[in-house]
Design a binder for this molecule. Sequence first.
Ligand code: ZN
Length: 188
Amino acid sequence: MLKLTTVVFFALSASAQIEIAVQINNNAGVPSAQLKEAVRIATRLFAATGISPRWEVCSPGCTAEVGMPNYIVGLAGPQLELPAQAALGFSMLKFGKGNKAAVSLPRIEDFAEANNVPAAAVLAYTIAHELCHMISGTKAHSKGVMTAKWDKENALRIGQSRLQFEPRDVEAMRLGLQILAENRREVE
Ligand SMILES: [Zn+2]
């Protein structure tokens, strides 16, 4: 009987939704319809993770404190010089709270065009990828959304909506949020 109670407790905590705030800083003038579609796709990607993003699009500036873990993704035009190893975007894990990322619209559009997939979908996956780095606090790559290489095969999967987060990446994100919550409690 005791054992059963324990199992039920863990099952409940594993399915609990954790809310996060995601602020999209639209510095690249992405049309609102395209951005709306990207947010819709990214929301669907997170639906299976137990992490529920609350999106806010702000241009020019986002206000920081929102009373929950918050992450800022800047959409940048050609002025952004990406580090060589960054394909479509990068997270600034060592800068400030490690909750800021930038994605390159020209690179996303080039990749979408070269592979014949909608740019809004590539934008969604790029945002989800950088969010996973920031939430988990690691640079680690795996498969699916967290691939280290955006290639033709991944583009095909994006087009077919078959690219997901791997279970280990979901675990890493939940662990990152747990550590953040514990640190916050210590500060209070
Ligand atoms: Zn990455």
